[in-house]
Design a protein around this ligand. Structure first.
Ligand SMILES: Cc1ncc(COP(=O)(O)O)c(C=O)c1O
Length: 366
């Protein structure tokens, strides 16, 4: 879609690649580190100033206490954090439960490691969690549940009640809980993000994964982190080291500078800024007759595109690009076969000019 979008000169709302500016302190921190010669391998769990800054941020924003010396691992993005955690803690043939719609990398990472993803569908449209379906999906091979909140692609922010119920099941069946909290600061309409590791009894079972790709608009830098009990962290760090050695050194310094220097208002303004982007896009989609499922978090909108011509989501995505010049992702990318055919995912992590151009194109008559 990206190549085709470039060819027709359309606006690309397909890929989750934000083109918004990174904070100046983050850029300066990395540039200074390069100039200061901090370009060599770092300690395998990351540079101390970044681990310490992450620990302070976790305490302030997530009410999570993590020892920067033994419970925090800086990773090459959240992607590498999840990959290393799976390699360290799971075996081929194990089952991991994901909620559908799912993020493709979660499913494919498991599959690549011969771990079986078992998907539990959220209810369409309101994305409610059906606990009976979740319980029914557990088998003797289940080793973990993965919660991505706020979620890509549907924007669900799991409520405290959802998370408490999941935590009870995790404890009852002696499972791990993997979280992907990369969109933790992208929450709207007063919705609050809750880190599941803070729930009673969950600190040791939870591998909390997050990163700065989205918060600082640095998707190409590859800076993420995870928090886990000191019981698991060394083996996760071992596998991360084996595959990635360390996260890029100067970018670790840039991320640390951002975490240290940016005020708390940076994070609240981020949510406000993205909420107005969300509202702009949702209103354009509605005017275009493509009913959006308004997300409570993250920066994607799934919209019902039944009105577009085409017999599949992929064809509908092509119709939209040809007729209105806007690229989106076929909903089928986030569901098992046969589902998501009437949905397209639109990303609103775009500069205002680009987003306004896309909204204008969407609203223009066919
Ligand atoms: C749910 C989710 N997790 C992780 C990532 C990637 O994170 P990172 O760049 O830190 O690897 C993305 C990017 O789109 C995502 O949507």
């Amino acid at each position: 879609m990206t190549m085709e979008c470039d060819r027709v000169g359309g606006v690309n709302l397909a890929q989750g690649v934000c083109d918004t500016d990174l904070p100046a302190s983050v850029a300066e921190g990395a540039i200074e580190a390069i100039r200061a010669g901090l370009n060599i391998y770092t300690r395998l769990d990351g540079i101390a100033p970044l681990r310490e800054a992450i620990a302070r941020k976790l305490k302030r924003d997530n009410q999570l206490t993590a020892d920067p010396g033994s419970e925090i691992l800086v990773t090459s993005g959240a992607t590498a954090g999840f990959y290393a955690a799976c390699m360290a803690l799971l075996d081929p043939g194990d089952e991991v439960i994901l909620f559908e719609p799912f993020y493709g990398y979660h499913l494919n990472t498991l599959t690549a490691l011969h771990i079986n993803p078992v998907t539990v569908p959220l209810e369409l449209a309101d994305w409610n969690l059906d606990l009976d379906r979740l319980r029914a999906a557990i088998t003797p091979r289940t080793r973990a549940i993965l919660v991505n909140s706020p979620s890509n692609p549907c924007g669900k922010v799991f409520s405290p009640q959802d998370l408490e119920a999941i935590a009870a099941i995790v404890e009852e069946h002696d499972l791990f809980l993997f979280t992907d909290e990369i969109y933790e600061y992208f929450v709207y309409d007063g919705t609050k993000h809750l880190s599941p590791a803070t729930l009673p009894g969950m600190a040791e079972r939870t591998i909390s994964i997050s990163g700065l790709s989205k918060t600082f608009s640095i998707t190409g830098w590859r800076i993420g982190y995870l928090t886990a009990s000191a019981r698991w962290l060394p083996s996760i760090a071992y596998f991360h080291d084996l595959t990635y050695v360390c996260a890029p050194s100067p970018f670790q310094y840039g991320a640390a500078a951002g975490l240290v220097e940016l005020p708390e208002t940076f994070y609240t303004s981020l949510a406000e800024e993205y909420q107005s982007k969300r509202d702009l896009l949702c209103s354009a989609l509605s005017s275009a007759g493509l009913k959006p499922s308004v997300p409570a978090g993250a920066y994607y909108v799934l919209a019902d595109v039944s009105s577009l011509s085409g017999s599949s989501a992929r064809e509908k995505a092509r119709t939209l690009l040809q007729e209105r010049g806007v690229a989106a992702v076929a909903g089928t990318a986030f569901f098992h076969e046969g589902r998501g055919e009437n949905l397209l995912r639109f990303c609103f992590a775009k500069r205002d000019e680009e987003l306004s151009r896309a909204c204008g194109l969407l609203k223009a008559a066919l």
